[in-house]
Design a protein around this ligand. Structure first.
Ligand code: UDP
Ligand code: MG
Length: 322
């Protein structure tokens, strides 16, 4: 039977969390009285994670496993889970129990009320270093400011998505993925539910600073052309300085004699002008690169929520894997 709910948990060296994760999710999902599945994606774990997952799947057929050949990263693991999930609503959750499974019931409530995306907003974070909390806050605010889609503040991947959203997500095959941005981009009716983010149940974070930086960069480059556009400001500033320098030097030379400032002045003005020109054309070049990027990413042009009197285009209806 087709499950109503698919819970997706990416797993990278989570041996200390898998059993409890399963128990807590099972306890919560039983309360819904609907069929469900737990899709665990093993992202190249080197500990006993896979072994534990296999034994769970053996005793409970609702547990499904996708086993990666190596570590492909969190966002890719979640993507595989989304590709293989078969539920009418898909829930993404971290395996370390920082996202309490009990919140899923609240997500479901909003889904039943008609929302297609229900994301969980971190009202408070427990057991994380001030550095992590600070950089995370900074990151979400920066993303919010410079990206084109409105990515809600302080939300991770912990969320519920209706199958309509999931179908579109499956069509978005970009390699550098920032899933929470991609769901915002898709649209539909979205809402948030507040929750308290717990401390990790067992083990260490799998997001060292290096991976976090990469993740932030994926988010920025995936959803904003700001890094390509800053050049125009620098170009404008240099051009302005060059133009300002000309009358200033002229006046100084008239007042103090032709030797004042020597040949340097001409060189400085020329240098400023040339740099300004070069940055300006780099900016133009960047605009073309941005367009090439848009085309190669091959996102759908639009997402249809509903139609009257016409059929929806085929590709909007069929998921990639069917
Ligand atoms: N994860 C993964 N692959 C990775 C890194 C992390 O599948 O390369 C999983 C990890 O097992 C966990 C989730 O992604 O279920 C979130 O990772 P983590 O808790 O380490 O991140 P943090 O909460 O510290 O940001
Ligand atoms: Mg975590």
């Amino acid at each position: 039977m087709r499950p109503t709910y698919s819970i997706i948990a990416p797993i990278y060296n989570e041996e200390g969390n898998i059993q409890l994760l399963y128990e807590r999710i099972a306890a919560v999902m039983e309360q819904t009285n609907e069929p469900w599945e737990l899709v665990m994606v093993n992202d190249g774990s080197r500990d006993r994670s896979l072994e534990l997952m296999l034994s769970l799947a053996h005793s409970d057929p609702r547990v499904k496993i996708i086993n990666f050949a190596r570590n492909f990263g969190h966002q890719i693991a979640v993507t595989a889970g989304i590709d293989f999930a078969s539920g009418q609503a898909v829930v993404l959750i971290d395996a370390d129990l920082q996202d309490p499974p009990e919140v899923i019931l609240e997500l479901i409530e909003r889904w039943q009320a008609g929302y297609e995306v229900v994301y969980a907003v971190r009202a408070e974070r427990k057991g994380e270093s001030w550095f992590k909390v600070f950089t995370a806050k900074l990151f979400y605010r920066l993303i919010y400011r410079i990206t084109d889609v409105n990515i809600p503040l302080d939300t991770g991947d912990f969320r519920l998505m209706d199958e309509k959203v999931v179908r579109v997500l499956r069509q978005m095959r970009e390699h550098n993925r920032f899933i929470r941005g991609m769901t915002s981009w898709i649209g539909f009716k979205q809402t948030g539910v507040q929750y308290i983010r717990e401390a990790r149940h067992s083990g260490q974070t799998k997001y060292p600073f290096r991976k976090m930086l990469r993740f932030a960069w994926d988010a920025i480059t995936g959803f904003s052309y700001f890094p390509l556009q800053v050049m125009i400001y620098v170009s404008g500033l240099l051009g302005f300085l060059a133009i300002l320098a000309i009358p200033v030097i002229t006046v100084l030379r008239l007042a103090r004699g032709p030797e004042f400032f020597g040949g340097q002045a001409t060189t400085i003005v020329l240098l400023l002008l040339m740099s300004s020109f070069q940055l300006f054309f780099l900016f133009i070049l960047g605009q073309y690169v941005a367009r090439i990027y848009d085309e190669t990413r091959g996102r759908p042009l639009y997402v249809v929520a509903s139609t009257v009197g016409v059929k929806q285009p085929e590709e909007q209806k069929e998921p990639l894997n069917e």
